[in-house]
Design a protein around this ligand. Structure first.
Ligand code: NDP
Ligand code: HSE
Length: 399
């Protein structure tokens, strides 16, 4: 029997215990052995839960147990997660984590530590929850140069936007619903304001770039300012607003952002609803690929964590997740290149050669521009502003 410890018995931690139990036969068949969670670290007790007899409150009990081969970190936050993970690696234990804050901030260092100690440090669930995107980049697509990644990387915001659009729910109602389903971060501001998606695109971008693209350097805008009128304006123009994380490389520069973006209705990403995430890649040999699945939630996320655990325990040797160096790469704002935009304004309509299409919308109009520079956009907005109020501007996704 192979022994595992879990740090944090919350949504994902309880999911890891459940997945290992429910998939027992499947795991035994594939691995040839049983995998059991023998200790669970949490602050609380869980009276009445069968886990109670395995709960410990002191991390040393896990660290000093030589039979525990894998430590699953699903507590979240930077500290003490960083200390527990680095101590586990130094003690020769494999680590699997879903904690994107930890991976984004310390991924480079922890990857080195794992290599030095001949163990694996894996973090599949930290990006797009249950979708096996990182392992795919590291294995099936290792030969590909990735030119562009565009993704719906946050389940909570995608769920909120879809619920508002489909049912007319208010932003607060939709958020409360997402929280009740265990999708949202402990501090939902990270979801709503785009920081969670920024961490995920920073991890993907760092993996592709080989250097550290920090999430705080990623231009980030969340969905808290999106109104019903914006959603209707986008629909009138034949599209949907989605919170997209994107990274593209051109001439050695990395253009990275997280922002509510106009997605044409006939694009695959427009059809990604509810808590689902999707990641689209453009790569050198394969061309376009898309990965779709649940980006949050107990069992979907835990499934990806358990895949990491099994990869670490697999007889083929230590699984090495490709991390990046700690050298900083400064990303460039995507709007530094010509882009197309959706503009919504209230007031009189403006004629302008930059408009590719224009539709009347409540109290004014919504329009899509042709490709334009930041300077041209500013001049356009100034002109609109003479007879109307510019309410919102969204970038149209790059295709
Ligand atoms: P939860 O808040 O549900 O669970 C965290 C658990 O860890 C809680 O039981 C918490 O206890 C416990 N904990 C926190 N700090 C400590 C500590 N110092 N010592 C012992 N126990 C501690 O979080 P989630 O399960 O939702 O998320 C865990 C991680 O996975 C986060 O990094 C999150 O970003 C990531 N993630 C989450 C997904 C999801 O769908 N929920 C999807 C993908 C990634 P207490 O409640 O008492 O504080
Ligand atoms: N809060 C995150 C989301 C959890 O909604 O996508 C998964 O990382």
């Amino acid at each position: 029997m192979r022994k595992v410890a879990v740090l944090g018995y919350g949504t994902v931690g309880s999911g890891v215990v459940a997945v290992l139990e429910q998939s027992e036969d499947q795991i035994k068949r594939k691995l040839g052995e049983e995998v059991q969670v023998v200790k669970v670290l949490d602050i609380r007790d869980f009276p009445g839960d069968p886990i109670q007899e395995r709960i410990v409150h002191d991390f040393e009990e896990i660290l000093k147990d030589p039979e525990i081969e894998v430590v699953v970190e699903v507590m979240g936050g930077l500290h003490p997660a960083y200390e527990y993970v680095s101590q586990s690696l130094c003690a020769g234990k494999h680590v699997a984590t879903s904690n994107k804050a930890l991976v984004e901030a310390y991924g480079a260092e922890l990857g080195v530590l794992a290599r030095e100690h001949g163990v694996s440090f894996q973090f599949e669930a930290s990006v797009a929850g249950g979708i096996p995107i990182l392992r795919t980049l590291n294995t099936a697509m290792i030969q590909e140069e990735i030119y562009q990644v565009t993704g719906i990387l946050n389940g909570t915001t995608n769920y909120i936007l879809a619920l508002m659009e489909d049912t007319g729910a208010t932003f607060q109602e939709a958020l409360a619903d997402a929280q009740a389903r265990g999708y949202a971060e402990r501090d939902p501001e990270a979801d709503i304001e785009g920081y969670d998606a920024a961490r995920k695109i920073a991890i993907l971008a760092s993996m592709i770039c080989g250097k550290h693209i920090r999430y705080q350097d990623v231009p980030t805008q969340g969905i808290s300012g999106i109104t019903k009128a914006d959603i209707e304006g986008a629909a009138a123009l034949g599209g949907r607003l989605k919170l997209l994380g994107s990274c593209s490389q051109e001439n050695g520069r990395f253009y990275v952002s997280v922002e509510p973006t106009f997605v044409p209705m006939d694009h695959l990403l427009a059809a990604v609803n509810s808590v689902f995430n999707a990641v689209m890649l453009k790569s050198s040999m394969l061309g376009d690929t898309m990965f779709y699945g649940k980006g949050a939630g107990k069992l979907a996320t835990a499934s990806a964590v358990v895949a990491d655990v099994l990869a670490a325990l697999d007889g083929n040797g230590v699984y090495e997740m490709n991390t990046w160096s700690s050298e900083i790469e400064e990303p460039v704002h995507p709007a530094d290149r010509p882009c197309r935009y959706m503009v919504r304004a209230e007031g009189a309509q403006t004629e302008h050669p930059l408009f590719a299409s224009l539709v009347p919308s409540e109290g004014g109009f919504s329009a899509l521009t042709h490709q334009c520079s930041r300077k041209e956009l500013t001049a356009l907005l100034e002109q609109i502003g003479r007879q109307a109020k510019v309410c919102s501007v969204f970038r149209k996704m790059e295709e």
